[in-house]
Design a binder for this molecule. Structure first.
Ligand code: IPM
Ligand code: MG
Length: 350
């Protein structure tokens, strides 16, 4: 079991270090190798996704990623921005299926800005298409037309791209609440009319799963109005980017949420849903739990080690129940700990 570890930028190195320690505690014969991705790779190799990392990632069974990006690289040309490294590794490895669970841990119910009765027991899975849409569509660019600058991008989906992500959503729903809500903007955009048509076609193979459709603007509203109506949400790359941040914040603690990006054979890249938090980088106060939980997702999806995955998740629940809190989820009366101590607590619970 070969794992490529890409700590990245900002708090990335601190949080991945804890996830790696947790994995090592499990005694699973994992082979871990570190590489550079993002801003650190731009600094060291002049490329956010250098060749050495491409090779490492290709050869590995799974990638564990911290986070990339930071103000230091904001003014770089697009090709030399950390985010570009992330987009390229997703595309290069064919990681089309992004799973972003939004789960409210009962111990953290007060962390949400929404009323407890609205979010208590929340358990949504967002399935976001990750290698298509306006993120990758061409033509794209900024050019002069009729004496002024115009910017343009192309929103595009082929039927096979839509079909394979819908299948992932239906399969996931089968193992959960058996409901899929497909999000589109078919009242305006042809691309998403096709999305809806294909979703209906795929649904015929899953008579045991209920499919509904929702327009993206309404979905944004429903997510804060009545989020518990959702089980699995499936949508395209850009809508998924936006809605998954919204869904994450329903739980009040984006520092808790893992994610998995999978290819057709369950090779995967696992990373926390949050960013590189440059403002607190190097202070030892970041919450490592989303990365630790991402490592659990890796054991489940890529290595089929359900029991080991549950052990990690169980240990995280235990430390929360015991009152350990990093600053982002701290409430008076709890035990405030730093990144390292949180890792220690999870390892002790294991
Ligand atoms: C995400 C991030 C990325 C995205 C950025 C950093 C390119 O926002 O993973 O959601 O837009 O996909
Ligand atoms: Mg995003």
């Amino acid at each position: 079991m070969k794992i490529c570890v890409l700590p990245g930028d900002g708090i990335g190195p601190e949080i991945t270090a804890e996830a790696v320690r947790v994995l090592k505690t499990l005694d699973l014969k994992l082979e871990l190798e570190e590489g550079l991705l993002g801003g650190c790779a731009v600094d060291a190799a002049g490329d956010p996704f250098p060749e050495a990392t491409q090779k490492l990632a290709k050869e590995a069974d799974a990638v564990l990623l911290g986070a990339v990006g930071g103000p230091k690289w904001d003014n770089h040309p697009r090709e030399l921005r950390p985010e570009r490294g992330l987009l390229r590794i997703r595309k290069d490895l064919g990681l089309f299926a992004n799973l972003r669970p939004a789960i409210l841990y009962p111990e953290l119910a007060n962390a949400s800005t929404l009323k407890p009765e609205v979010v208590a027991g929340l358990d949504i899975l967002i399935v976001r298409e990750l290698t298509g849409d306006i993120y990758f569509g061409t033509p794209r660019g900024i050019e002069i037309r009729h004496g002024e600058r115009v910017g343009f991008n192309t929103m595009i989906y082929s039927e096979s791209e839509i079909r394979r992500i819908l299948k992932v959503a239906f399969e996931a729903a089968r193992k959960r609440g058996k409901k899929v809500c497909s999000i589109d903007k078919m009242n305006v955009l042809e691309t998403t009319q096709l999305w809806r048509d294909v979703a209906n076609e795929v649904a015929r193979d899953y008579p045991d799963v209920e499919l509904s459709h929702m327009l993206v603007d309404n979905a944004a509203m429903q997510l804060v109005k009545n989020p518990k109506q959702f089980d699995v949400i499936v949508t395209g790359n850009m809508f998924g980017d936006i809605l998954s941040d919204e869904a994450a914040m329903l739980t009040g603690s984006i520092g808790m949420l893992p994610s998995a990006s999978l290819d057709e054979k369950n090779k995967g890249l696992y990373e926390p849903s949050h960013g590189s938090a440059p403002d607190i980088a190097g202070k030892g106060i970041a919450n490592p739990l989303a990365t630790i939980l991402s490592a659990a997702m890796m054991l489940r999806y890529t290595f089929n080690l359900e029991e080991a995955a549950r052990r990690i998740e169980g240990a995280v629940k235990k430390v929360l129940a015991a009152g350990y809190r990093t600053a982002d989820i701290y409430e008076p009366g709890m035990k405030k700990v730093g990144t390292r101590e949180m890792g220690d607590a999870v390892i002790a619970a294991l």
